[in-house]
Design a binder for this molecule. Structure first.
Ligand code: FAD
Ligand code: NAP
Length: 495
């Protein structure tokens, strides 16, 4: 019905010869082999209920997967902040409007009348895991990751040093992001990491700030970029171009920025035999090495801003006492072919951004693997606290929280498909909950009036589109909950 990820998987499942059997088993008062009541329908139609926690790509692809099969009478999506779409709204760069527009595809699950949105409702703050388990047959966590990994080096806590997730959350208008001001004397920034987040951050810092006016960036952030006198951004990678995680279109885009010269040091591009093997095997590695070599040959044009790439280097210390004034970086290998060590160097800089990966935090009541920042699972089924193969019945995990902080939006399609397959496989065996989603909804309504429905989100979306009209057409993100609630109230009164 929808062009939404993973639907093929569900279609395949529903074509499965056993599918009608599951439907039959879900009829009222069916019992399992052990005599457990499989499902006691609360509304008479025998279909099941699910709660999805997190309205990012993983949660919303799954929503469509579950509802396409027509075995759920109700699927409720709980989202901690008012607006849906997770990192598509609060991660994807404001100067990438086409990618941000994927939100339209993700919204398709809400076309089903069985889908309900509970924005501004955080699990762990407003509702507990136990409350979800008491009221739904199936509970799925797709809460992604929001914190930053740390470098663990002296000076990391100095003013001017910041994690990419914090910076990105601020410039995309996340309502919980602390407001950021750039150091007044900002001329040079250092970005650590060789992934696409490092490219996003470097590009946004280096691009002509006037071009940000036409983006979805909140106006206060646009003003901050416009006021900065930044001229140089250094990207520091601990391995070489063959190992960098940049994807090709995003890398090439950096080389096309108006008013920006790209500086690459040819000695960083000398390949060892291992590097060459990597280049021969991986197309992305081949492209990165090729593009870097092209850039190394370019003569600087005297452009007002520069992006410098440094490979095979890592930061060892941030310099400065009350604020950062530089970073010491050291080589991570000697020059291939010569055996000569490259020198340590100091980059004078007023800002350092760690773009070395996001990090998840524990969900109260669920096991958590601290090393990976993920919830341990088997095909999406959450594995119990004692670490053996026992799964927590009816509780699942999807997306970054399941796999770790890598993969593009589309990677969450097959991920959601796999989790949906596990859910459909288990459904007939799951015991019925004591309560119902309606009971939980009543409880929530009694406690708080600031819950956001899907209609409310559409009201906010319309308002943001209106805000963007005079500036080029992209909707401008409203970045505080108070304004969000006021806009929704005013707009619903005038409906
Ligand atoms: C800075 C950045 C830029 C990116 N840009 C691109 C790009 O241009 N193109 C691309 O293809 N991929 C991009 N990605 C990758 C892509 O965004 C991810 O693959 C994808 O968003 C992960 O989906 P997810 O649903 O697992 O997590 P998320 O997108 O993080 O969604 C999780 C959702 O859960 C909610 N949540 C968290 N805790 C709770 C709670 N307790 N209760 C209720 N809700 C909760 C969060 O608010 C969030 O809405 C980018 C990633 C980052 C970090
Ligand atoms: N436009 C887009 O499509 C887009 C935009 C943004 C993000 N994304 C996606 O979102 C996902 C996350 O991106 P990401 O950039 O956060 O992660 P990433 O792709 O995993 O890159 C992280 C980078 O940080 C480096 N790193 C990790 N720990 C380090 C340390 N202690 N010191 C120095 N460097 C360290 C890694 O180096 P090593 O390789 O040596 O570990 C790697 O270069 C990716 O799948 C990405 O493609 C896509």
């Amino acid at each position: 019905m929808f062009d939404v990820a993973g639907s093929e998987v569900v279609a395949a499942i529903m074509d499965h010869p056993d599918a009608s059997g599951w439907m039959k088993e879900m009829e009222p008062q069916a019992t399992s082999e052990t005599g457990t009541v499989i499902h006691e329908p609360q509304n008479g139609d025998g279909r099941r209920t699910a709660a999805i926690v997190g309205a990012g790509p993983a949660g919303l692809y799954l929503l469509a997967n579950l509802l396409e099969a027509d075995v759920f009478r109700r699927v409720d999506v709980f989202e901690a902040v008012p607006a849906p779409f997770g990192l598509v709204r609060y991660g994807v760069a404001p100067d990438h409007p086409k990618t941000r527009a994927i939100s339209k595809v993700l919204a398709a699950g809400f076309d089903y009348t069985e889908a309900h949105y509970f924005g501004n409702v955080a699990i762990g703050r407003d509702v507990s895991l136990d409350q979800l388990r008491d009221n739904y047959d199936v509970v799925v966590f797709a809460t992604g990751m929001r914190g930053d990994r740390s470098l663990g080096i002296p000076g990391e806590e100095l003013p001017g040093s910041i994690g990419a997730s914090e910076l990105v959350a601020w410039y995309t208008g996340h309502p919980e992001a602390p407001k950021i001001t750039f150091p007044e004397d900002l001329e040079t920034a250092v970005v650590i990491g060789a992934g696409n987040v490092a490219l996003d951050v470097a590009r946004l810092l280096a691009r002509d700030p006037a071009s940000l006016i036409a983006t979805s960036m909140p106006r206060a952030a646009v003003e901050t970029f416009q006021k900065s006198a930044l001229t140089d951004v250094h990207i520091v990678a601990r391995r070489g171009p063959a190992q960098a995680k940049f994807t090709s279109p995003e890398l090439r885009e950096i080389g096309k920025l108006d008013g920006v010269d790209i500086i690459v040091h040819p000695e960083d591009l000398v390949l060892s035999d291992d590097d060459q093997a990597e280049v021969d095997q991986r197309r992305q590695a081949k492209t990165t090495v090729k593009v870097m070599n092209e850039w190394a040959e370019r003569e600087p044009t005297g452009a007002p801003r520069r992006i410098h790439f440094h490979f095979w280097r890592r930061p060892v210390r941030l310099l400065g006492e009350t604020a950062m004034r530089g970073v010491l970086i050291e080589p991570t290998r000697s020059q291939p072919g010569t055996g000569a060590a490259t020198e340590s160097m100091e980059i004078p800089a007023q800002m350092l951004v760690r773009a070395i990966g996001y990090r998840g935090s524990p969900i109260p009541g669920l096991p958590f693997d601290d090393a990976t920042g993920t919830v341990p699972s088997a095909n999406g089924r959450v594995i119990g606290h004692d670490g053996d193969d026992d799964v927590i019945s009816g509780v699942y995990v999807s997306g970054w929280l399941r796999r770790g902080p890598s993969g593009v939006i589309g990677t969450n399609r097959p991920d959601a498909g796999e989790v949906a397959a596990s859910i459909f496989e288990d459904l007939a065996r799951l015991p019925a909950p004591d309560g119902t989603p309606e009971r939980l909804e009543e409880h929530l309504d009694a406690r708080s009036s600031s819950r956001i429905s899907w209609d409310d989100w559409n009201r906010l979306d319309a308002y943001e589109r209106q805000l963007g009209q005079p500036h080029g057409g992209e909707p401008i993100v409203v970045d505080d909950v108070e304004t969000v609630l006021r806009v929704i109230n005013e707009s619903s009164r005038s409906d």
